[in-house]
Design a binder for this molecule. Structure first.
Ligand code: ADP
Ligand code: ZN
Length: 725
């Protein structure tokens, strides 16, 4: 037991403030980690009690001036392992500790004490007096359930409309107990019979779990080799040891097939954590994780900061995925934070990938991470044959995008009753729309980006800020009617082409526009499995996780797309993406074929894809990185200066640039307009700091920015280990 504390240092959840001291009133007991409610001016804020020696205060206040803490939350204190992770993340990514702590507490509302919450749902009863708003509300709510404000948001009506419907009996309240238990996964529910290679890999991972020690391991195996099946054995072992497991997945759409597989293996679903949860679901999940009752959690990157009671294993699936990099708020890389969490919790971390990042491979080379390999596909499935289609030689017809050999392959696949996938990483109909008469191009008013035409919704949309407008009939510039032309293909245009070529074929578009919830993903999986879709046209959303045995043909519409821009990651990214999408073909007993449409079939990355010689490719890429002093051999940090006021942003960026310290082994580039020079109405300038590996670049930047002042309308954010360099 801790000695009774009469004074407490509290990290209040306000990122503009440092830690504050409070008096612990008589009758209240707190310890480091306790979640408390503290007064701040007239407001009440949540906070976490911290060890004073670990979180220095810049203004010590005398005992007589301290204010009393107001309450302690009815929740276990945050454990030391999580507090150390919060400190490390704040330190490494140069973020306010309060912003990181907020992720750990995201759903507890210490202010709401009740364990019973009333949610609402439709009863099917039709109100006597129907209004257009009521009709809209009932239609949109359907069979969904939630708090009044959540239903109002779903239906796009005011809270009052929902309350009115409650009075008429069309909507009723249901009590939800946020402490009701989750079912417990059974490690021995339906174990698979593993192949010899799989058994050996699973044994190594299971030993890691039994050892209760920090051990990062790369689980490296081609798509379809059974990585999920194998790490499930480690999950089972952690369950037998009575410990909790966290599985991180890159996309929410992926969770649906995952949940189903988990259910087949363990007899019930794991607890899910993602941004789509309702507030009651969040509170229930958070409490169950903190109490240890929720055994397996599958989540998006933010799940990393949840208050696990006894974490025994972390799995990062598709660990190479770029969506693990958080690009706003606290800029962190979930793959790297996962490894640190494993370190603080003394538990193993499995990074599973068919195309690991060069950074991860390097950790294996250095001996910091262990490696477990699965050499081939499971069962009778073979890796698909990959062929490059030189677009100069195989020209698509005018106004078309699919080359004749790919069209022929589509036809053959349809005739055999098998499924095809056309991959193009571009949502919408066309990436650029312009006026044939005057050349006017449609640009987003808030971003340095073209508006993308979406024919399905008849709108122009900005993919960066979400700005949308209707497609006008006339050019806004020269007023000419029907003069707009679409330039280049997006998935909708490719789907049109497929339908024009094969009118009988059932074509489905799969992008974040069509699959925006786990339910939508489940619907898509169901249709694929039932054979109700012949041709899928999709973005990177379809490149991973799915397993469709009858999908035998993959066409990559524009393999050169990712190589544009020519940054140091371009080839690696292209390799990963095309390997992943190729991995969708021929996962069952029927062999798969892959066609890659390209203008540079001789490029090293295309050759590596065709021959499947990934070792040579990785070696060459690694050498290029070493040569350039790029990660993992050197480091980058980006300083992004932004403001709605362009001049103010530019001036501050110049000031930051002028004040750069002279440090041996460090070089500062810029300021220059950031890769997206304007984003959501803010003008952005970037300074890129390049340093040798051993330099504590965070320390340098902290000291450097710490001496500067800038106007409050300017924001200065640091992105340590940025994805783009
Ligand atoms: P990966 O994650 O490496 O792409 P998966 O774990 O998804 O591979 O496995 C590919 C397919 O093979 C899945 O349908 C999976 O259920 C099946 N599979 C893999 N290993 C086994 C096994 N030992 N027994 C039965 N099915 C397996
Ligand atoms: Zn925009």
């Amino acid at each position: 037991m801790h000695p009774r504390m009469s004074r407490a240092r509290v990290l209040v959840l306000n990122s503009a403030l440092g830690p504050l001291d409070y008096r612990v009133p008589h009758g209240m007991t707190v310890e480091p980690g306790s979640i408390v409610v503290a007064p701040l001016g007239p407001r009440q804020l949540m906070g976490v009690v911290w060890e004073p020696e670990r979180l220095p205060s810049d203004a010590e206040v005398g005992d007589n001036r301290l204010r009393n803490l107001l309450a302690v939350a009815d929740a276990p204190p945050l454990r030391p392992a999580l507090r150390r992770l919060i400190e490390w993340t704040a330190d490494y990514y140069l973020a306010p500790p309060a912003s990181v702590a907020r992720m750990a507490l995201s759903s507890t509302s210490a202010l709401e004490g009740s364990r019973h919450v009333v949610e609402y749902r439709a009863t099917g009863h039709v109100p006597d007096r129907m209004t257009p708003q009521r009709e809209q509300a009932l239609e949109r709510i359907g069979d969904r359930q939630g708090l009044i404000r959540e239903l109002a948001a779903i239906a796009d009506v005011s809270d009052g409309v929902i309350r009115g419907l409650v009075k008429t009996g069309a909507i009723e309240g249901v009590e939800v107990d946020i402490d009701s238990p989750y079912p417990s996964p059974d490690p021995d529910h339906a174990p698979p019979t593993l192949s010899e290679d799989q058994r050996a890999a699973a044994d190594v991972l299971m030993q890691g779990v039994t050892a209760h020690a920090f051990r990062p391991t790369l689980l490296d195996g081609v798509t379809g080799s059974g990585k999920t099946e194998v790490y499930f054995e480690a999950v089972a072992e952690a369950l037998r040891q009575n410990r909790q497991v966290l599985v991180l997945l890159p996309e929410i759409a992926l969770t649906e097939p995952f949940l189903k597989r988990f259910h087949d293996r363990f007899g019930c679903e794991p607890v899910a954590w993602h941004s789509g949860l309702r507030s009651t679901q969040r509170r229930r999940a958070w409490r169950a994780i903190a109490s240890g009752e929720a055994r397996v959690m599958v989540g998006a990157r933010s799940a990393l900061f949840l208050p696990f009671a006894n974490l025994g294993l972390i799995v990062v699936d598709e660990a190479h995925e770029t969506s693990f990099k958080q690009e706003d708020g606290v800029h962190y890389h979930a793959r790297d934070v996962a490894v640190m969490r494993g370190k603080f919790e003394s538990c193993p971390v499995i990074l599973a990938s068919a195309t690991p990042a060069i950074e991860t491979r390097q950790q294996v080379t250095l001996g910091n991470y262990a490696e477990v390999k699965l050499p081939g596909r499971f069962g009778l499935a073979e890796m698909p044959a990959i062929e490059a289609l030189d677009l100069l030689e195989h020209k698509p017809d005018r106004g078309r995008w699919l080359a004749p050999p790919l069209v022929k392959a589509l036809e053959e696949t349809l005739e055999r009753g098998e499924q095809s996938l056309l991959f193009l990483n571009r949502r919408g109909y066309a990436p650029l729309t312009l006026c044939r008469t005057c050349g006017h191009r449609f640009q987003c008013p808030n971003c340095t980006a073209w508006m993308v035409e979406h024919r399905l919704t008849r709108r122009l949309a900005c993919h960066h800020c979400g700005h949308i407008e209707p497609v006008p009939r006339a050019c806004p510039e020269c007023k000419e009617e029907d003069s707009l032309v679409a330039c280049g293909p997006g998935v909708e245009r490719i789907a049109d082409e497929a339908t024009a070529l094969f009118p009988e074929a059932r074509v489905a578009i799969v992008t974040s526009d069509t699959i925006w919830s786990p339910a939508k993903a489940a619907e898509f999986v169901g249709q694929m499995e039932a054979g109700a879709i012949d041709i899928v046209v999709g973005t990177q959303l379809v490149t991973k996780g799915y397993h469709f045995p009858n999908l035998t043909l993959v066409g990559v519409v524009d393999a050169d797309l990712g190589l544009e821009g020519g940054d140091l990651r371009a080839a690696e990214r292209t390799f990963q993406q095309i390997r992943q999408v190729s991995g969708r073909a021929g996962r069952g007993e029927k062999p798969g074929r892959v066609f890659i449409q390209t203008h540079s079939p001789g490029a090293q990355v295309m050759q590596a894809l065709i021959t499947g010689d990934s070792d040579a490719f990785y070696q060459a890429e690694t050498d290029a990185r070493r040569e350039a002093g790029a990660p993992p051999f050197g480091r980058y940090a980006a300083i992004i200066v932004s403001s709605e006021d362009q001049a103010a942003a530019q001036e501050t960026a110049r000031l930051v640039g002028r004040s750069a310290p002279e440090v041996d082994g460090m070089h500062v580039y810029g300021p220059a307009p950031a890769p997206l020079a304007m984003l959501r109405g803010r003008h952005r300038f970037r300074l890129l700091v390049h340093a040798r590996r051993a330099l504590d670049v965070q320390d340098v930047i902290r000291a450097w920015l710490g001496t500067l002042e800038w106007p409050s309308k300017v924001r200065v954010a640091v992105d340590v280990d940025p994805y783009n360099f």
